[in-house]
Write a protein of this length. Structure first.
Length: 272
């Protein structure tokens, strides 16, 4: 699989979960902007058969190279950033939940869903947009996970998807700042993530980021129940040059920690 097919497949799956992202992309393009993808991010669990190394191999097979590790102690996550030798290719961010940091009850739920995964599916790069590879969890189990980790609840309910794409603000001419982009987003009656401030990061850390709040959609749970929960969101990133004049390619853990909250069920605005 080449990168064009990979990202096109991801995008089609993603906008099925986040139709507001497709609308926003169209809004910027109608304004005459060139909308390029800064990076795409995935979530997984530190459990077999979908541990980070098992999914990472599909990223490396596309020619990507590991850039740097990241740790999110509060959210119990470890992650890696990946960079392609071709600067035209988006960066990739892959995080994994340290399930051992959760209660025995939450671990049992997550171990139960992973036990259902057909390992042959994990050998195919399409696993990265395969969605849920297990039977629907119960609404009660979703609540149990949500009480300890929004990330765990999101993943158990939805499975493997790109949880966000990111507009590269550096390539926007009419809206060249993250705050300006957020104002366009709000003008579409789409709420933005204000956790930790509307714009996360600064020129000092060489990266500024903002995001919409996640779309919401009805999701199937066990017993035929359906509940509306947050799905995926759209991010916006502006990168500054480093001391050598090269655009910063990494991620800022303190900012990413707040961006994760774009799917927080407790932070979803009633707008949009």
């Amino acid at each position: 699989m080449n990168t064009q097919i990979f990202f096109q497949s991801l995008w089609e799956d993603y906008i099925g979960m986040a139709p507001r992202a497709a609308r926003l992309k169209s809004v910027f393009e109608t304004r005459g902007e060139q909308v390029l993808n800064d990076h795409v991010a995935f979530r997984t669990l530190d459990l077999d058969p979908i541990r980070l190394p098992s999914l990472q191999k599909h990223i490396l097979a596309l020619g990507y190279e590991p850039l740097a590790p990241y740790a999110f102690t509060e959210k119990k996550l470890n992650a890696w950033g990946y960079l392609h030798p071709d600067p035209a290719q988006p960066r990739i961010f892959l995080s994994a939940l340290d399930c051992t940091a959760l209660s025995a009850g939450a671990q049992k739920i997550l171990q139960g869903i992973c036990a259902q995964i057909d390992r042959s599916r994990v050998e195919d790069p399409e696993v990265l947009w395969a969605g849920r590879l297990w039977d629907p969890i119960s609404w009660e189990d979703y609540g149990t996970l949500l009480a300890e980790s929004e990330y765990a609840a999101w993943f158990a309910a939805l499975g493997l998807h790109a949880n966000h794409f990111t507009i590269a603000v550096n390539h926007l001419e009419k809206t060249p700042t993250v705050e300006g982009v957020l104002q366009v987003v709000e003008a579409q009656d789409i709420p933005v993530n204000e956790s930790g401030g509307r714009v996360k990061g600064s020129p000092q850390v060489l990266l500024e980021q903002g995001s919409s709040m996640a779309d919401r959609m009805p999701v199937e749970f066990a017993g035929g129940q359906t509940h509306e929960i947050p799905t995926c969101y759209y991010e916006f990133a502006f990168r500054y040059p480093d001391a050598d004049g090269n655009l910063y390619n990494g991620f800022v853990a303190a900012s990413a920690d707040k961006i994760f909250e774009s799917t927080d069920t407790h932070s979803v605005s009633s707008k949009g």
